[in-house]
Write a new protein. Structure first.
Length: 154
């Protein structure tokens, strides 16, 4: 005879003061990712509905794009670095592990080798994130998304 599953204890919702750094990262990431994809869709196709993958060049629907990092690992120093995150398709970002060799060529054309070397040198830097930084960043990216979408409509 199988045992009945144990009842889970209900956790009371966390207040903002109880959030961990991981909670704040999970809260900001979807907004930052949406900002990156809107920015790159507008830059590559002029619309917010479709964009090009920076590594393979395929044009895909907004919902099929991801915010892929140039330097892998998602360390604190690079996780929210706008210069190191660009729209990529799932295939390039996940299945082909970022398609680093093509991403490098894209970054070299966009920023130059000196800037890339700075990014690599600083990718392990320690960052001190605060609750205020997350709140300000969230508001900034939400406002930027609205601004970019409004510019397309005008």
């Amino acid at each position: 005879m199988s045992k009945l599953p144990k009842k889970r204890k209900r956790k009371s919702p966390k207040t903002k003061d109880q959030y961990t750094k991981t909670d704040w990262f999970k809260w900001l990431w979807p907004v930052f990712s949406r900002y990156i994809r809107v920015r790159d869709c507008l830059a590559t196709t002029g619309t917010v509905t479709h964009g090009k993958c920076v590594t393979c060049g395929r044009t895909l629907a907004f919902s099929k794009l991801q915010a892929g990092h140039f330097i892998p690992g998602r360390t604190d120093a690079i996780l929210f670095d706008e210069d190191q995150v660009h729209a990529q398709c799932y295939r390039c970002n996940i299945k082909l592990q970022g398609m680093w060799h093509k991403y490098f060529l894209f970054m070299q054309a966009k920023f130059g080798l000196d800037r890339i070397m700075d990014m690599i040198a600083n990718c392990e830097s320690e960052m001190e994130y605060t609750r205020e930084w997350f709140e300000i960043s969230n508001e900034y990216y939400e406002n930027e998304i609205l601004r970019m979408k409004a510019e397309v409509r005008d």
